[in-house]
Structure formats: structure tokens, C-alpha cells
Ligand binder design. Structure first.
Ligand code: AMP
Length: 393
């Protein structure tokens, strides 16, 4: 079976052609500068091709993708009929979607209804869906939502303590994101430890970071909120912040709320604290050279991650497993070590030798640790492909 995975952004579109049973990726690529001029970056094995192709809209990007997948030299299929289904990543499913689903007119209408909740991403995701429907009308399409995994949270976790009308009339509540990644890691961890019933905290730490408290494979709480701005500090996002900070800055500097939110999303986080970079590798280099701001940015990040593990251990009445995933979680050994050091009070203990490996699926805790600590590299695309395959079979 071949599943085409599409992740459409406002001016870009990422694709992968994957076998959902084996996880094998036969080709992948990126259409960028959509609406500007258009460039296709395609990769098959080690071979890379870059082509300038006019892409006024997402339709031309999808057409270019399908064409290169069928190319005589760098293609991997002979006809579009070899694509059995398309899986689309969709950012916000609001209160409409609790799971992935096959796309029809009602689903499109419901994704449109969620645009106020995901104003930047949902319109782009819809453009990707509609472009695929236009060029491959007979191929089933599936929507996989970043929010769906978190829909098992109880009201005490998802409700904000603000007047009920905003929840009832406007669906203002905690949703959470990175759901596909949290779901993949929870599922994979269950396989790795050979149990279905256990309590875990997953730390998805990358440029964007979120954490999830998960019991028996179901999300109980998560750090991101109505939008991905909430939770731990990130590459460029502030994470949790007192709403009065927005009022203060807007009033003092005559800034609009939108501009202030743009600052909190794009100019804050470890980038702002370090004054150097949003990339954790640059911060590690800076800290090693004695830059105190780089060291503070990393320590603040680890401190907040550890605080949430502690909070979620209380929420779940204890945890059995702690997992690290995504760019930082999989590779930054010093971040993992620092987070676990903060958690030593609860008996978390990792083996420095095991923790020195990067990007490898493995247990890094010592036998006497009260909590098993694992590194589980995420695979959101595989999760999208598996959900898609299951729904269209
Ligand atoms: P992601 O958003 O999951 O792609 O993660 C991106 C982040 O992972 C980057 O900002 C890097 O700081 C971090 N990262 C990637 N590779 C490494 C590495 N080898 N060591 C430390 N951090 C890394």
C-alpha cells in the first residue's frame, strides 16, 4: 500500500510517499515559495532534485508533486492510481474532531468551522486537501488532526477558569498540539515496555515543545492550550505567561494585541533569553564558551520541563515512564540529563553512558530508577500513514 502524506503550510507543502505497513518512505519532498514563484525539492534515497516550477497556488504544487512522483528518472510510481490514499495533517480539529477521519463535504465544512481557532494553518491545510481532491478525485483522503489525541482530557484539564460563555459560545478551552507525535510515542512506548496500562509523561522537545500526561494510552493533560503558544518556553515562543504582560506591553508601547502576540510567538522563548539563537545547539556552544544568557536559556527550559513532569506526576498520581522525543529530546543529551537531575527527588535516575547516545530508541534509566526513562524518536508521518491506511481499508 502507498499513502501520500501531505503537510500543507501557507506557502509550502511537504510530502512523503510511505508504505504504512513497513514505514518505508519511497520518496519525499518540499514545495516551497507557493504563491511567490515556486520551487520543488524532491528526494529519492540519496538522490536530490531541485526544480523551479511556477506554483501560483497549492493546486500547482500538488500537480508538480504528482508529476515528479511519476517521473521516468526520479519518480517511484508509474501512475497516480498507485497512490491508495492521501493523509493530510490538519492543525486544529477544535471540538469537532476526536480522531482522524475520511474527508467528505461535512468534514471540510467542519475544518472550515475551526478556522477561527487555527487561523494560520487550517486555511492552508484546506488548500492542500482541495488541491488533492481536484487532481485525484477518486483517491480517498484522510484528515489527521494535531489536536485529536488530546480530546480524551477531562474537563478539569481542558477548561480555563474564565466565564463559561467563552467556552460555550466560542469553544475557548485547552486543546493541545503535537497530538500525532504524542500518540505515536505513547503507542511505541507501550510496545517497548510490553504493557498497555501504565502512566507516562511524554516530552516532545523541539523548536516547538509540548508535554503530555498519558494514562493507558489516553491523554489526560497537555501543556499547549487554545494555541501552541502555551506551556514550556520554546525556540521562539514564550510558553506560559501572565495575560497582564500583554496588557502592559500594549499600553506602554502602543502595540496592537496582534503585534504583541507575534512577539510572544516569534521573538521570545530561548531566542529572547539567550539573545543568540533559537537553536539548542547554538545555545550549548554559547554556554560552553561562558555565555551566561545561553546558559540561562537552557536552564530555564530544563527547569520548566521538569516542573511540568512534577505537575503531571501529581495529576496522574505517579508515573511509570518518562519519554523524550523530537529534535531536542532525541539529541540534546545535556537537556535530558538536566531535566532528570531536577527530578532526582522522585527517584528518577539515568545512566550517563546510555544517555550519551543521540537519536536512538533506547531506555536510558538505571535499573534502580523509580521511573523508566526512554528516548523514543517520533515518527508523525508513520502515524499519519497508519491512521490513513486503517480508515480506508
Ligand atoms: P524539531 O522541531 O523537532 O525539528 O527540533 C529542532 C531542534 O532540535 C533544533 O532547534 C535544535 O536545537 C535541536 N537539535 C537537533 N539536533 C540536535 C543535536 N544533535 N543536539 C542538540 N539539539 C539538536
Amino acid at each position: 500500500m502507498n499513502v501520500l502524506i501531505i503537510n500543507a503550510g501557507s506557502s509550502s507543502l511537504k510530502y512523503q510517499l510511505m508504505n504504512p505497513e513497513t514505514g518505508e518512505v519511497s520518496a519525499k519532498g518540499l514545495c516551497e515559495r507557493i504563491g511567490i514563484d515556486g520551487r520543488l525539492n524532491h528526494k529519492v534515497g540519496e538522490e536530490k532534485v531541485v526544480k523551479d516550477i511556477p506554483m501560483p497556488t497549492h493546486s500547482e504544487a500538488i500537480a508538480a508533486t504528482l508529476e515528479i512522483l511519476q517521473d521516468a528518472e526520479v519518480g517511484v510510481i508509474k501512475s497516480v492510481d498507485e497512490i491508495d490514499a492521501v493523509g493530510h495533517r490538519v492543525l486544529h480539529g477544535g471540538m469537532e474532531f476526536f480522531a482522524s477521519c475520511v474527508i467528505n463535504d461535512d468534514v471540510i465544512a467542519a475544518i472550515k468551522k475551526c478556522i477561527p481557532l487555527g487561523p494560520l494553518h487550517n486555511p492552508a491545510n484546506l488548500m492542500g486537501i482541495e488541491a488533492c481532491q481536484a487532481v485525484m478525485p477518486k483517491t480517498p483522503q484522510v484528515a489527521v488532526f494535531d489536536t485529536a489525541f488530546h480530546m480524551t482530557m477531562p474537563p478539569k484539564a481542558y477548561r480555563y477558569a474564565i466565564p463559561t460563555e467563552y467556552y460555550e459560545n466560542d469553544s475557548i478551552r485547552r486543546y493541545g498540539f503535537h497530538g500525532t507525535s504524542h500518540k505515536y510515542v505513547a503507542k511505541r512506548t507501550a510496545e517497548l515496555i510490553g504493557k498497555k496500562e501504565f502512566k507516562m509523561v511524554n516530552c516532545h522537545l523541539g523548536n516547538g515543545s509540548s508535554m503530555a500526561a498519558i494514562k493507558d494510552g489516553k491523554c489526560q493533560d497537555t501543556t499547549m492550550g487554545l494555541s501552541p503558544l502555551a506551556g514550556v518556553p520554546m525556540g521562539t515562543r514564550s510558553g506560559d505567561i501572565d495575560a497582564c504582560v500583554v496588557q502592559f506591553i500594549c499600553n506602554k508601547y502602543g502595540m496592537s494585541v496582534d503585534d504583541c502576540l507575534n512577539m510572544l510567538n516569534k521573538k521570545s522563548g530561548v531566542l529572547a533569553l539567550s539573545g543568540v539563537s533559537s537553536d539548542f545547539r547554538d545555545l550549548e556552544d554559547g554556554a560552553k564558551k561562558g555565555d551566561e544568557n545561553c546558559a540561562l536559556a537552557r536552564d530555564k527550559f530544563c527547569y520548566e520541563v521538569a516542573k511540568y513532569v512534577g505537575a503531571y506526576a501529581a495529576a496522574l498520581n505517579g508515573i511509570d515512564v518518562l519519554t523524550f522525543t523530537a529534535g531536542v529530546g532525541e539529541n540534546d543529551t545535556a537537556v535530558r540529563a538536566a531535566v532528570c537531575e531536577y527530578l532526582s527527588f522522585m527517584g528518577v535516575k539515568i545512566d550517563p553512558e546510555l544517555n550519551s547516545k543521540r537519536g536512538k530508541e533506547m531506555k536510558i534509566s538505571t535499573p534502580d530508577s523509580t521511573v523508566e526513562v526512554w528516548v523514543v524518536p517520533t515518527n508523525e508521518e508513520l502515524m499519519i500513514a497508519q491512521d490513513t491506511a486503517e480508515l480506508v481499508k
